[in-house]
Design a protein around this ligand. Structure first.
Ligand code: ADP
Ligand code: MG
Length: 686
């Protein structure tokens, strides 16, 4: 009976002890009333005082206490947005930017995009001279520095979710610290959900020398102020599994069923890792729920991940219908960035998708990896928002105590730094190793990045940004390798095709993989599959979509994700405008796919691989580091195994899998990057 998915929990009684209280959602309270009930409200004047008197304020408060939605409003009410100035609030995640800004617009009773707006890559929902509070990703704010290095429009910049230590957040913190030196009137708020703010406080502590130079009497105090907002989280009872689970998706599904069966009313939040396992869990849960008649009508099962279309996002945030139980299955986006009302039970898989980069092998991967204790605590805390809750951890207590790391590693120290370095260079920061980082990246990773950028033609012999290629690449808001591919498409006369490919690669998968039937999807892919590889296949899908009149029905029949296609078309339009601004001639190569492949090679030469062994998904070795890699089963080349290929990205599970691959001719590599491949001992290439 107790097969794979059957989970047994330790130290708990799944009794329906407390009589099911009607959950204390604020359903009917006025918005003003709701705002005043939030924990930050009591600190309103304290926060405003600190911001007034200190250059940098660090504000710590539990998720849901009102930091993100309230503080920007307090600042505006206090006049920080007067005189045409703007208040910025950055988030590491795009979905959070959208969700939070629409909530704040609603609270202020204004139309989103007017007084309250947001900006994420390829989407600017603000109005010049009207927008006063602007939510944006930290990456977009970094980009804004290229046009306005001192960010003069902003009076206050709130760097939110700083505890996440995303690579863009860390870059931003380093740069903002520099900006403050030129703009003492600029106020920074660093907000974080964890108490561990010593690193941040130390980072913003002015040196003795600087203090002497500037004196303390004029302007705001340079020492950072720290304020901790007292949470009012309820107690959360923790349950651990008795034995390790082998399949966390299955275990999560049975745990949800167990909760639904035994526990009083209250929504459930499940933490998985990404679109794939979330979709799988939604499907399994829907099936299970249908088997049990009485609960089938009572469960509202919803996924939550970054690629989610707008309408689905709204479902997640809307109140649970009476007599129903909402089950939200989420990535770690719901860990601290978003607050879901009504959650009483949390199921924590113990994993999240994380980026890992190894400068020795030069491979960057997305890996499903164990979370830290700090994350586990955050996740559990989500259950105690409205009343005492329960958290079910799909790992053992022993594992938590002995094996989980205390804190995560900043993304800066586990990323490929190519994008980071080019941005800093574009901002005129040449001594990158000497830059003042909250956490220093490894010198090896730096050297690797410089090497790639040099080969891309971005940097000259003195590691300075060379014009015009370097500046053009820096200007395009995409990874440098994609930008290079777009620039090369100009000479190769295939810019229309390459821009389509770049747009599709920048959205989440265009295949509707969540719908179930793998066979159906495989057959649909065959209809579009191109022998050259996935990039060319994308062009076929795009053509088909246009010919169908951008029909959602056509997408359904062909297992294509309609929302992803629509998004890709939008992005494509923007990239065309950017390309034109850079002087790229928009031109189609019609049927000549060789030039398309050459353009891809000119950007992604560093990701070239050679086939080692035939077999299904045969083994390849990277030319650069001789690392073992395999074609991902989702690729149209999975069973084809061309001798030479280039991959777009890697994901790692049991093996390193290449996602989105295209076949190439090895001679193009030397053509594209002579320096890069010259000194490497690759007799095969010569
Ligand atoms: P913090 O940033 O401290 O985690 P937030 O400001 O995001 O907190 O959230 C404060 C409160 O605002 C939440 O507890 C919730 O009640 C409400 N809220 C936030 N976002 C939304 C939303 N999209 N829909 C409904 N309520 C929301
Ligand atoms: Mg927040």
């Amino acid at each position: 009976e107790d097969e794979e998915g059957g989970v047994v929990y330790l130290s708990h009684s799944l009794s329906s002890s407390s009589s099911s209280s009607s959950s204390s959602r604020y359903g009917y309270a006025s918005i003003e009333n709701q705002r005043q009930r939030l924990p930050v409200y009591k600190y309103r004047s304290a926060i405003l005082y600190l911001v007034e008197s200190h250059a940098t304020s660090i504000i710590v408060g539990e998720t849901g206490s009102g930091k993100t939605t309230q503080i920007p409003q307090y600042l505006k009410e206090a006049g920080w947005a007067d005189g045409g100035r703007l208040i910025a609030c950055t988030q590491p995640r795009r979905l959070a930017v959208q969700a939070v800004s629409s909530r704040v617009a609603e609270e202020m009773g204004v139309k989103l995009g007017e007084e309250v707006g947001y900006r994420i890559r390829f989407e600017d929902v603000t109005t010049p001279d009207v927008t006063r509070i602007k939510f944006l990703t930290d990456g977009v704010l970094l980009r804004e520095m290229m046009d306005d290095p001192l960010l003069t429009k902003y009076s206050v910049i709130m760097v939110d979710e700083a505890h996440e230590r995303s690579i863009s957040t860390d870059m931003l913190l380093g740069l903002l610290k520099k900006i403050q030196r030129c703009r003492p009137e600029l106020r920074l708020i660093i907000s974080s959900a964890t108490i561990e703010v010593k690193t941040m406080a130390a980072f913003f502590q002015p040196s003795k020398r600087r203090r002497r130079l500037e004196g303390d009497e004029l302007g705001p105090k340079m020492d950072p102020a720290i304020l901790s907002v007292e949470g009012r989280g309820f107690n959360v009872q923790i349950h651990y599994v008795e034995d390790p689970v082998s399949d966390y998706v299955r275990a999560a599904v049975s745990t949800v069923m167990l909760i639904n069966d035994k526990e009083p009313a209250g929504d459930v939040l499940v933490f998985l890792t990404g679109e794939d396992d979330i979709d799988a869990a939604v499907k399994m849960l829907t099936e299970e729920a249908q088997n049990i008649k009485k609960s089938s009508s009572g469960l509202v099962i919803l996924p939550l991940y970054s690629g989610l279309p707008r309408a689905d996002q709204e479902l997640v945030f809307s109140p649970t219908p009476r007599g129903k139980r909402k089950i939200v299955i989420s990535t770690n986006i719901a860990e601290t960035s978003l607050t879901l009302e009504g959650v009483v039970y949390v199921v924590d898989s113990g994993f999240s998708k994380q980026r890992f980069y190894n400068p020795i092998s030069d491979l960057e991967n997305l890996i499903v990896a164990p979370i830290s204790k700090a994350s586990a605590r955050q996740r559990a805390g989500r259950a105690g928002r409205v009343r005492p809750g329960k958290c079910y951890r799909l790992y053992t207590e022993d594992y938590f105590a002995k094996e989980m790391s205390v804190e995560g590693i900043p993304e800066m120290q586990r990323s490929n730094l190519v994008s980071c370095v080019i941005q800093l260079k574009a901002l005129g920061i040449d001594n990158i190793l000497g830059f003042d980082w909250p956490a220093s990246p490894s010198p090896e990773a730096m050297v690797r990045a410089l090497e790639v950028l040099y080969s891309l033609g971005v940097l000259d012999d003195d590691a300075k940004l060379t014009s015009p290629v370097g500046f053009q690449i820096a200007e395009i808001p995409l990874e440098p390798m994609v930008s290079k591919m777009i620039l090369s498409s100009n000479e190769l006369a295939c810019s229309e095709e390459i821009i389509t490919i770049a747009a599709i690669l920048s959205v989440q998968s265009i295949w509707a993989s969540g719908r179930g039937a793998q066979k159906e999807l495989d057959e649909a892919k065959l209809r579009f599959a191109a022998a050259e590889g996935d990039h060319v296949t994308f062009l076929n899908v795009y053509k088909g979509f246009l010919q169908s009149g951008k029909s959602s029905k056509w997408c359904y029949t062909n297992c294509v994700n309609y929302h992803a296609m629509k998004k890709a078309i939008e992005v494509r339009g923007q990239l065309r405008r950017i390309a034109q601004r850079l002087g790229i001639v928009l031109k189609s190569c019609e049927r000549d796919m060789q030039v398309v492949r050459k353009a891809v090679t000119s950007g992604f030469f560093a990701n070239a691989c050679q086939l080692e062994a035939y077999s299904h998904g045969g083994m390849y070795k990277t030319i650069r580091g001789s690392q073992e890699v395999y074609i991902h089963p989702s690729s149209v080349l999975f069973r084809v195994n061309p001798k030479w290929i280039i991959y777009h990205s890697l994901v790692s599970t049991d093996r390193q899998y290449m996602r989105n691959v295209i076949s190439i001719d090895p001679s193009w590599l030397i053509e594209a990057a002579p320096h890069f491949y010259k000194q490497r001992h690759n007799p095969v290439l010569h």
